[in-house]
Design a protein around this ligand. Structure first.
Ligand SMILES: [Zn+2]
Length: 418
């Protein structure tokens, strides 16, 4: 039997240290990253990576942290990257996070002491029921916890720490990156795939251990503008055309029982108007359009255009513009061309004693964008639950296992044929 001696801090201790750093990102910022505090955290991570002995640990002007763990085998195997985002959601404060450890969880509802209306109920959290006897970490109920995605950061750091201290574990070249601004949708905007130098990568930003997310929505935004004719209301008979009314008539024609976020799940896509702005002369309606299938996405946009045209026909003096902008595409199309990336993740999960499961995200990830930037990147679970909420939680044992999955994945890739 080999005794594994823990050298230095555990993944949980690392995590508890990280969540105390406020790294909230911000919508509508003029800077990149959107907040300076993310860079502060990034600089600390660089110091830790240097202390661990990784090569080229650095942070660039955009706040991307990168480092390399050189191969300790001679044969050439693919260079693999592991990534996590440093920022936390703008939806909830990430300042003064007070993480609490609920040792050997006995199964009762957990009332968070900072705000006793915040109750983590077993009945509402089926995954929590599977964690009896484990150590559960939550916030105190006044902030988010930040397991999304400091758990991913801690697990990747723990993997690097483990490999440095266990040189008998063979591995190819491993790249590590920590990124800002994922929560505001621009996490990889300035990411230099070439400089990173990985052939394949994994983000550690999913929920339930065992999950390999290899599919995202394909996403577009649609901007419709209706134009009317403005006139002095007292003398407007037969002349004024109110674009607010045209836009309202259009919105009223949208499907009510289907094709919206509030009526769809699983594989169903939707069209979602999220902003209406305007006046008599001009009113715009902004949509996001989502589907797993690109052809279905286009059909949804055609349907919207059809409804716009139909509406304007009832207001002959009005007109419209209809613009579609691509946001991101389903990463499965790219990942299917490199099946070994997902397969090896499934193998590593199995080696860790977990049940591997393929999953799809009803949204996007940094990985989806990276796939189309030339870096195939599925998403693996970090163990975070109830993200963007005061009821965020994670199990200490899950974090250990997630870190083990990464180590096993490194081993699996080191065994791959040249
Ligand atoms: Zn995340």
């Amino acid at each position: 039997m080999v005794l594994v001696v823990e050298i230095g801090e555990t993944v949980a201790e690392r995590f508890l240290r990280y969540v105390k750093c406020d790294t909230q990102s911000a919508e509508k910022s003029e800077t990149y990253p959107s907040t300076g505090k993310q860079k502060e955290f990034g600089r600390k991570l660089v110091e830790e990576l240097q202390e661990l002995g990784l090569e080229g640990a650095s942070i660039d002007e955009y706040g991307y942290v990168m480092a390399t763990l050189p191969a300790n085998i001679r044969r050439a195997v693919p260079v693999i990257g592991f990534m996590a985002h440093m920022d936390t959601s703008p939806a909830l404060s990430g300042k003064d996070v007070k993480p609490l450890i609920h040792e050997s969880y006995a199964g009762a509802d957990i009332v968070l002491p900072g705000d006793n209306t915040q109750i983590l109920r077993r009945s509402e959290n089926p995954e929590l029921s599977k964690k009896i006897g484990e150590g559960i970490i939550t916030g105190d109920g006044t902030t988010l916890l930040g397991a999304d995605d400091k758990a991913g950061v801690a697990e990747i750091m723990d993997m690097a720490h483990f490999l440095v201290n266990n040189p008998e574990v063979h591995h190819g070249t491993i790249k590590v990156a920590f990124t800002p601004d994922e929560e505001v949708g621009s996490g990889v905007e300035h990411f230099d795939v070439q400089k990173f130098g990985a052939e394949y990568a994994y983000t550690m930003d999913g929920e339930t251990l065992g999950d390999v997310e290899n599919e995202t929505f394909s996403a577009d935004s649609v901007h419709v503008t209706f134009r009317g004719i403005s006139f002095h209301p007292g003398y407007a008979k037969g002349r004024l055309v109110n674009s607010i009314k045209v836009a309202s008539a259009f919105v009223n024609k949208l499907p009510k029982e289907r094709m919206s976020p509030e009526t769809t799940e699983e594989l169903e896509g939707y069209v979602h108007p999220y902003l209406v702005e305007g006046g008599v002369e001009s009113t715009s309606v902004q949509f996001i359009v989502r589907d797993f299938d690109d052809d279905e996405l286009k059909k949804k946009e055609e349907m919207l255009r059809g409804l716009v045209e139909e509406t304007v026909r009832s207001y002959p003096k009005s007109n419209f513009t209809f613009e579609v902008e691509e946001t991101y595409r389903n990463m499965k199309r790219v990942l299917d061309k490199h099946p070994q990336v997902v397969e090896k993740a499934m193998d590593a999960i199995g080696m860790t004693g977990l049940q591997p499961r393929l999953g799809r995200i009803r949204g996007g990830t940094d990985g989806a964008r990276l796939c189309y930037m030339g870096l195939p990147t599925p998403n693996l679970a970090s163990g975070q639950h109830n993200f963007h909420s005061k009821l965020e939680w994670i199990s200490i044992q899950d974090m250990k296992k997630a870190s083990e999955v990464i180590v096993n994945l490194v081993k699996v890739w080191a065994m791959s044929p040249e």
